[in-house]
Design a protein around this ligand. Structure first.
Ligand SMILES: *[C@@H]1O[C@H](CO)[C@@H](O)[C@H](O)[C@H]1NC(C)=O
Ligand SMILES: *[C@@H]1O[C@H](CO)[C@@H](O)[C@H](O)[C@H]1NC(C)=O
Ligand SMILES: *[C@@H]1O[C@H](CO)[C@@H](O)[C@H](O)[C@H]1NC(C)=O
Length: 291
């Protein structure tokens, strides 16, 4: 009796091994590049995912490459968002989303704008989630731009036609930020009398949100913006958990955090152009969250 049972068990084990355990299958991944670059800049990440997680379908967006990456954020959110939804329909079991730099802020806004998405894990790789107050990455376009006066350009109707103007967050001119910015204060649900509950639903349904950044980034300013931290009006960086966006749970960060679904990762020694070009970043901090 016992030996017959164990024979059956071994048989079942083998059947299981042969037919059901061939290879772990991974969810499809969508990748969104940063400002002034295109899909080619994200190829190392894309190739490494396919190499280490064989069979993963990876969609590296070619939209808004180069100069067109400066188009208004909402326009990019609408178009790339449609792709994210279509890919989601093709993979009803869910997809994973990675955004680098500006692409991570676009990705977050897509999740909020389209709460019907089926994204499981969202990885934000050194993205200005709480805004940007530093001109280093802009010198190419505006060589004479100074932080202190950039608000005059960005907080105008014209300035809002650029993606950067949409998330320029000048801690010393907050009244203009709230008045002129058409993007970040809205997507953060931080405009008086504006509270879009979809924006919260879109994030709280995630399985996980991973926020990656580091003190040697050099471009994202303050670097803590990659973790939703930001300057107060006295140039002191306030941690995400001490900011209103978290305390009032405006977009669901607190909900996610309390459920153990929000993870911040700090990696020292990595400059802004290394996050997507250093294979060990992919191996250590991206692959473990791509199921
Ligand atoms: C936003 O609206 C939701 C539900 O409509 C409410 O629960 C929440 O308290 C509101 N948040 C703020 C900051 O007003
Ligand atoms: C501004 O920051 C400085 C240095 O961190 C501090 O001494 C000062 O009290 C702060 N002022 C206000 C108004 O918070
Ligand atoms: C890549 O990143 C790792 C940290 O994950 C760091 O130790 C290493 O020095 C970096 N490599 C290069 C070539 O910068």
């Amino acid at each position: 009796m016992t030996s017959k049972n164990s024979v059956i068990q071994i048989y079942l084990f083998l059947i299981n091994l042969i037919f059901y355990n061939e290879a772990k299958s991974y969810h499809a991944v969508v990748i969104i590049h940063g400002v002034l670059t295109g899909s080619e800049s994200m190829e190392l990440i894309s190739n490494r995912i396919k190499e280490m997680h064989p069979g993963t379908p990876v969609y590296n967006t070619i939209r808004f490459a180069g100069w067109s990456s400066l188009k208004p954020m909402w326009k990019q959110v609408e178009e790339i968002g449609m792709d994210v939804l279509s890919i989601g329909v093709a993979f009803p079991e869910g997809i994973n989303l990675i955004g680098y730099s500006q692409g991570g802020l676009l990705a977050r806004a897509i999740l909020q704008r389209f709460p019907m998405h089926n994204v499981r894990n969202f990885i934000s790789l050194s993205s200005p989630q709480a805004g940007q107050y530093g001109t280093r990455f802009l010198r190419l376009i505006f060589p004479d731009l100074a932080c202190e006066t950039a608000y005059e350009l960005f907080y105008s109707r014209l300035g809002q036609y650029t993606s950067v103007g949409n998330y320029w967050n000048d801690p010393h001119h907050q009244e203009f930020y709230y008045k002129y910015s058409k993007f970040l204060p809205y997507v953060n649900n931080e405009i008086n009398g504006f509270n879009n509950s979809d924006y919260k639903i879109g994030l709280t349904k995630l399985k996980r949100i991973i926020l990656i950044g580091g003190p040697n980034d050099g471009v994202i300013t303050p670097w803590e913006s990659s973790h939703f931290g930001y300057y107060d009006n006295n140039n002191t960086v306030i941690d995400m958990r001490d900011r209103d966006i978290y305390k009032f749970d405006r977009i669901g960060l607190k909900t996610l955090d309390k459920q153990g679904k929000l993870k911040t990762i700090t990696v020292p020694g990595i400059s802004h152009t290394e996050w997507h070009t250093n294979i060990s970043i992919v191996d250590q901090f991206l692959l473990p969250y791509l199921d």
